[in-house]
Design a protein around this ligand. Structure first.
Ligand code: SF4
Length: 182
């Protein structure tokens, strides 16, 4: 279990500075694209997706993937504001997955975010994000809903909402994967 001992107000202030740094960051070729930093609750469950483009739709109830995730959260008794949602890279790579050098360049922001948010549990959404975070190898079969230790924090991998949007009959199985978080 993580939870940062610093007061929330101080952590929120540092997060705001970090967001400002992201908004002006030019550390990789994605810097001209749409930037999404992430937002939500501290000391709770943190969701990490791959990148804005897929990920940013998780932030909005007006977008299909955001509705999928919020519907699943509601069945778990959680509201959007009860969880923190962010992405591995903060700028959109468009329709492709982020490249390794882009993930490496952006990693400092995600790691600082995790330290400041102090999540009690992490849910990594999608196979690509799980591979990029080193939670599984490309050749591994995806194991959803099983606890993994990630930097001392209890972590699971679950399907990405885009997969559920394409395979809606799996929605209830997806909620079962996520239920271990609560
Ligand atoms: Fe900077 Fe990350 Fe955006 Fe690359 S993806 S420009 S490292 S904020």
């Amino acid at each position: 279990m993580s939870v940062n001992a610093e007061p929330k107000s101080r952590r929120r202030s540092i997060l705001a500075s970090l967001k400002t740094a992201v908004l002006v960051c030019k550390d990789c070729r994605l810097h001209r694209s749409n930037k999404i930093f992430g937002d939500g609750s501290l000391d709770g469950i943190m969701f990490i997706s791959e990148a804005p483009g897929k990920g940013h739709m998780l932030f909005s109830h007006n977008q299909l993937h955001g509705r999928q995730l919020q519907a699943a959260l509601a069945l778990l008794g959680l509201r959007r504001r009860d969880v923190y949602i962010t992405t591995l890279v903060k700028c959109s790579p468009g329709l492709r997955a982020p490249y390794e050098d882009e993930i490496n360049a952006c990693n400092q922001y995600l790691m600082t975010q995790i330290a400041l948010i102090g999540p009690t549990k992490i849910c990594v959404l999608g196979r690509v994000a799980a591979i990029d975070l080193g939670l599984m190898k490309r050749t591994d079969k995806m194991t959803c809903g099983k606890w993994i230790d990630f930097k001392g924090i209890k972590t699971i991998v679950a399907w990405h909402p885009s997969y559920i949007a394409r395979n809606h009959k799996l929605f209830n199985d997806w909620v079962k994967q996520l239920r271990v978080l609560v």
